[in-house]
Write a protein that binds this ligand. Structure first.
Ligand code: UFG
Length: 337
């Protein structure tokens, strides 16, 4: 049975929640994070933490050997879509080139099981909804391309070297630890729910709806929001799958239902009891009308099903986090906690 797990990017948003769940399940967890976007404050005291980069071959091999790592969960990446359009070269270096080195180091260190964070962005603008894993992958931004390239890289690592992998394609990750102790803290926040809650807290003047003329019932984009704790559980289910002999699988991780931008805003107003200002604005480039996952495959193969992904739970938990940590992890640090 897998016991010793290396989590690359374990100080990030989804990584830190997964680390917490792994520890609760009794895994021995080691984190490697370069803190470019992660927060050391998000790490549990029980975690062995290495400050470093996935591209540092010597360090990766050292960790793998000294910690007797049996499997890896790989979250480490740059993941801002508009940033990737402005700096594609950076994304290909940070995500693709560094992961290439990382995988080679893992193989040299004798690790042959990996769970990889991919994204619905690999589908681009899908033709059919809900999107199945076998839909054409045609990303429309460098971030999505970088994740798809890594998926392909993993497949060749499997075919040529026997590395076993499970790719998880997340839809819209959202929410926080239910008690608000961990949450989402990006320097350059672009995501809908955290921006709404920052607006409710008075940190921003108004929320903008990016486009009201989409082909949806209320004209705003529909997304499949999945709670970060359910995502964490999906990684643990994937580890168990690898343990049972899964070799090369790709799974969507979503709920199978979607909510419009307006619906999310209405629900956030109810939960916060704050009537924040909403302005209608023009479309943001590259946003598909509707993005909803077909999730039968992960339910069937790994027995995973979302437990915390009701829109209410997502927003309520994120609100707990934002209210308790209005400045994110930086605020905790300033307060000397
Ligand atoms: N939106 C607004 N106003 C805002 C912010 C967002 O109306 O201030 C809208 C967006 O236009 C979109 C929806 O809210 O329709 C959700 O936007 P997010 O930025 O929260 O999430 P995305 O769907 O754009 O992004 C997600 C993941 C990405 C992934 C992408 C795939 O966060 O990592 O899906 O399309 F690449």
């Amino acid at each position: 049975m897998i016991n010793n797990v290396l989590v690359a990017g374990g100080a990030g948003y989804i990584g830190s929640h997964t680390v917490k769940c792994l520890i609760e399940k009794g895994y021995k967890v080691v984190v490697l994070d370069n803190l470019i976007t992660g927060h050391v404050k998000s790490l549990d005291g029980e975690v062995k933490y290495y400050y470093g980069d996935i591209a540092d071959r010597g360090e990766v091999i050292n960790i793998v050997k000294s910690e007797k790592i049996e499997a890896v969960i790989h979250f480490a990446a740059s993941s801002i879509v508009h940033d990737s359009i402005q700096h594609p070269d950076y994304y290909f270096t940070e995500n693709v080139a560094k992961t290439n080195r990382f995988l080679a180091s893992l193989l040299m260190g004798g690790v042959d099981k990996i769970v990889f964070s991919s994204t619905a962005a690999v589908y681009g603008t899908p033709e059919f909804i809900p999107v199945e894993e076998k839909a054409v992958a045609k990303p429309v931004n460098p971030y999505g391309v970088s994740k798809l390239m890594i998926e392909q890289m993993l497949d060749w690592m499997q075919l040529s070297y026997g590395m076993r992998y499970i790719v998880l394609r997340y839809f819209n990750a959202a929410g926080a630890m239910l008690d608000g102790s961990l949450g989402e803290d990006h320097l350059d926040e672009t995501h809908l729910i955290p921006l709404i809650l920052k607006t409710a807290l008075g940190q921003r003047e108004a929320m903008k709806i990016f486009g009201t003329d989409y082909q949806t019932a209320d004209g705003t984009c529909i997304r499949d929001y999945v709670h970060v704790l359910d995502l964490a559980e999906a990684h643990i289910a994937a580890l168990e799958g690898l343990d049972q002999g899964f070799k090369r699988e790709v799974y969507n991780v979503g709920t199978g239902s979607g909510f419009s931008v307006r619906q999310v805003m209405e629900q956030a107003k109810r939960i916060t009891n704050i009537n924040f200002l909403v302005e209608e604005s023009s479309r943001r480039a590259g946003d598909p009308d509707v993005l909803v996952a077909k999730v039968d495959k992960i339910q069937r193969d790994l027995g995973w099903t979302p437990r915390n992904s009701q829109l209410e739970t997502i927003i309520q938990s994120a609100w707990e986090w934002h209210r308790k940590h209005p400045l994110g992890y930086r605020g905790d640090f300033d307060a000397g906690k």
